[in-house]
Design a protein around this ligand. Structure first.
Ligand SMILES: Nc1ncnc2c1ncn2[C@@H]1O[C@H](COP(=O)(O)OP(=O)(O)OP(=O)(O)O)[C@@H](O)[C@H]1O
Ligand SMILES: [Mg+2]
Length: 506
């Protein structure tokens, strides 16, 4: 035990304690401050704080103070080598007051940076008895020798440093946990599946079978058809259903960030030893990973994904250690992957691996039964959420609205239908949502905006003109056709295409 408490040292300890409690994040400055105090109070010329890198089995300099502090930082010391390595291996404090004659001392670093170590005091830094780093004081001032008293003080500082690291680690863990919980709240609600059309039900049966295997699945289909919904179903119908379902949009991040998002990374320098970043594959372990927009996956990452599929192995960014995972891969794209393979934008081996089980989800326009079922489903949902007065709430669709939805091409598929119903719920004033509430575009086939405007103007003119003549003829189509000097069949097609009768009825 320390016999007499030096008031100066005591004050320094209190100061360090308060900084430990106030800066959990900037742990490097806290550690630097601890080393500065230790160096000053124990009358040393220089000092270092080394941290253990477990993966590489070596120590690196987190803090190095003194005239050559900057130079020494580029070195690392193998576990068991040199005086610091010896302390780490033996988990024991040591005083070496005759460094020149100590066999453990690594001479090369001192020679290279032109610095002579005469005396060293080194103590282990421990978390739950495990040595996670080493504190070293070098060259006692005035050619003095380090004493037992110095050891005891440095051990106190080592405990402080360990506390700083424990704080930083739990802070990081809590932040990560918060992030994961937030994600679960916002993303991990699974969607309800509405299915009525035979072709869609058939696809769900296939999903049911494939879900029970561990095969990779490739979901294909236009934008908004429900690829993500299918990915959820594959997970929910599999034995992995209680494990995580992790979504990654391969198009949302630039290459470098995407790699560490997927595979995690070993943080540089200090944080390395504290905690490594978990990648999405690691989070999905035991469950399913959904790689959305796989067609946008950069070539360099395609090789890595291929290896995960084939060997279940990968390395984190910045690390040589191989990680093994048990993850089922479901990928989706609305791009033509085969064409991308031909253009050299997508690896053919990865394509074949993913394409073992391709599932094509048909567009909404080919599933009329689903259009109506989905429209009612979305209507019910939005009405539940809306703040409208009960009497102002819609309960269904007018016949003309239904017909319009059935004849519309839905280029944006279910997502477009969902948006369309939401809008109609907001603006609709009647019990039945009418065609005018839906704002379905006619002439959506025209890519060119100028053409679409012209066509829309012409259509508007035709609608008004034909309605006027129809009204004049009491909606008798034969008479109206005669008045317009067109065939009766052509008139009825125009009425249908332009939804003229629908407007009247709505
Ligand atoms: N059969 C369905 N039943 C209920 N909701 C559906 C159905 N299909 C799609 N949806 C809903 O429509 C929206 C679009 O679906 P999803 O995100 O799965 O499509 P996607 O194919 O992944 O689209 P994108 O290619 O644009 O990413 C989602 O809100 C989804 O919940
Ligand atoms: Mg999607």
């Amino acid at each position: 035990m320390l016999t007499k408490i030096d008031i100066n040292k005591f004050h320094t300890l209190i100061e360090i304690n308060s900084s430990l409690n106030s800066s959990y994040k900037d742990v490097h400055s806290v550690l630097s401050r601890i080393m500065e105090s230790a160096t000053r109070l124990c009358d040393a010329h220089a000092s270092s704080l080394l941290l253990m890198d477990k993966e590489k089995n070596e120590l690196y300099f987190e803090v190095a103070l003194g005239e050559k502090g900057g130079d020494v930082k580029k070195y690392t010391v193998k576990f068991g080598e040199g005086i610091a390595g010896w302390v780490a291996q033996n988990n024991k404090s040591i005083i070496v007051n005759d460094v020149a004659n100590d066999k453990r001392h690594l001479r090369n670093i001192g020679e290279e940076i032109n610095f002579t170590c005469k005396t060293i005091l080194a103590v282990p830094m421990r978390i739950k008895d495990e040595c996670i780093g080493v504190l070293e004081l070098i060259n006692k001032k005035d050619d003095g020798l380090f004493t037992q008293d110095d050891i005891e003080w440095l051990e106190i500082f080592a405990n402080q440093a360990a506390l700083a690291i424990i704080n930083a680690r739990s802070m990081e863990e809590s932040l990560r946990e918060i992030k994961q919980l937030q994600e679960q709240l916002t993303h991990n609600q699974y969607h309800t599946v509405i299915a009525k059309s035979p072709c869609f039900l058939e696809k769900l049966e296939i999903i049911d079978k494939v879900a029970k295997t561990d095969s990779s699945v490739l979901l294909l289909g236009e934008s908004g058809v429900g690829k993500e919904l299918f990915a959820e179903q594959i997970h929910l119908r599999s034995t992995r259903k209680n494990a995580p379902f992790i979504r990654v949009n391969c198009a949302a991040l630039p290459e470098g960030l995407l790699e560490s998002e997927l595979f995690g990374h070993v943080k540089g320098a200090f944080t390395n030893a504290i905690s490594n970043r978990q990648g999405r594959f690691e989070m999905a372990n035991g469950g399913t990973i959904f790689l959305d927009e796989i067609g946008d996956l950069p070539l360099s990452l395609q090789a890595k994904i291929l290896r995960v599929i084939q060997e279940k192995k990968y390395e984190k960014v910045g690390s040589d250690a191989t990680v093994t995972v048990n993850v089922r891969i479901v990928a989706a794209t609305n791009k033509d992957l085969e064409q991308q393979v031909q253009k050299g934008e997508f690896r053919h081996d990865l394509f074949y691996r993913l394409n073992v089980f391709p599932i094509y989800i048909p567009p909404l326009r080919q599933r009329p039964e689903d259009i109506i079922e989905l429209a009612h489903f979305f209507l019910k949902n939005f009405m539940k959420e809306t703040k409208k007065q009960k009497e102002a709430m819609a309960e269904g669709f007018s016949q003309s609205a239904i017909e319009a939805m059935l004849s519309y091409s839905w280029p944006g598929n279910v997502r477009e239908l969902q948006n369309c119903i939401e809008r109609a719920c907001v603006i609709g004033k009647n019990k039945l949502i009418g065609i005018e509430d839906l704002f379905l575009k006619t002439g959506t086939q025209d890519k060119d905006d100028g053409m679409r405007d012209l066509k829309a103007a012409l259509n508007a003119f035709k609608v008004n003109f034909i309605r006027k003549v129809l009204e004049e003829n009491n909606w008798n189509q034969t008479e109206t056709a005669k008045a317009l000097a067109i065939q009766r069949t052509y008139l009825s097609r125009l009425i249908k295409d332009l939804q003229i009768d629908a407007i009247e009825k709505a």
